[in-house]
Write a protein that binds this ligand. Structure first.
Ligand code: ZN
Length: 248
């Protein structure tokens, strides 16, 4: 399994980091985790065709995690013509959320989704399991803005489990989520505890579980301050454009 890091930044692209997003490449299948504003740009910088993506998983409905879907889907018609089905998975009514996005960003193009070969799969933001043809998925509730329906995903392939937290503050439900993962891409927006919305390095330092699994955890949703602190304390922290490789 290869993971191309398309972005590691926050909603403001602080430190000139692109929005946090990842493309998982497995045998015959490409899975995009989140599709913020900058993802169409990041894919093109990496010479990755939009049409090569088989699945898109959205962790929550904030612009830096899903607003790029509109231009990516338009691109499947006009730039990188679609030749295979794309399945879009997200919490709550994902199809309705995508239609709303078109209404706001490119009014009059909402019917485009009928022209493309798309499948929308709504998942329960309070947690569930989903089996696809290519991998299994666990959906874990996260704590961020409630209206954004935040979830974390654990993708399982051949018993190897990789987790993506999306955006979340530190909360009790994280223990079972973190324990379940062989590898984990975890958001860590802040250095000091803010309490709501995002995790801080201060909270990671206080968690025995995190310290125990430290070498298997990769931090994202960073800016210069949090990346520098992560570096100083010996955490794996990601940079835009890097690639991870795991034996599956
Ligand atoms: Zn968010």
């Amino acid at each position: 399994m290869k993971i191309k890091v398309l972005g590691t930044g926050n909603a403001f692209n602080q430190g000139a980091r692109l929005n946090s997003a990842f493309l998982i490449g497995m045998k015959n299948v490409n899975v995009l985790i989140d599709c913020g504003f900058t993802v169409p740009l990041a894919l093109q910088k990496e010479c990755i065709q939009f049409s090569s993506i088989d699945y898109i998983l959205i962790t929550h409905y904030h612009g830096d995690h899903y607003a790029g879907l509109a231009s990516l889907l338009l691109g499947l018609k006009y730039v990188s013509p679609q030749y295979k089905k794309l399945t879009i998975i997200g919490p709550g009514d994902i199809q309705e959320k995508v239609i709303r996005l078109f209404e706001v960003l490119y009014p009059g193009t909402e019917n485009l989704i009928n022209d493309l070969n798309l499948e929308f799969k709504a998942v329960n933001h309070l947690g569930e399991k989903l089996m696809t043809k290519h991998f299994n998925l666990e959906i874990h509730p996260m704590q961020h803005s409630d209206l954004a329906l935040p979830v974390g995903y654990i993708l399982e392939k051949n018993r190897f489990k990789i987790g993506f937290s999306g955006d979340t503050s530190w909360h009790d439900g994280l223990s079972s989520f973190i324990e379940s993962c062989d590898k984990l891409i975890l958001e860590c927006n802040f250095v000091h505890r803010v309490g709501e919305g995002h995790i801080s390095i201060e909270e990671l330092e206080l968690s025995a579980l995190i310290q125990d699994k430290k070498k298997h955890i990769y931090l994202t949703h960073l800016h210069n301050e949090s990346a520098n602190k992560a570096n100083e304390l010996g955490y794996n922290f990601l940079s835009d454009g890097e690639e991870l490789s795991f034996k599956v």
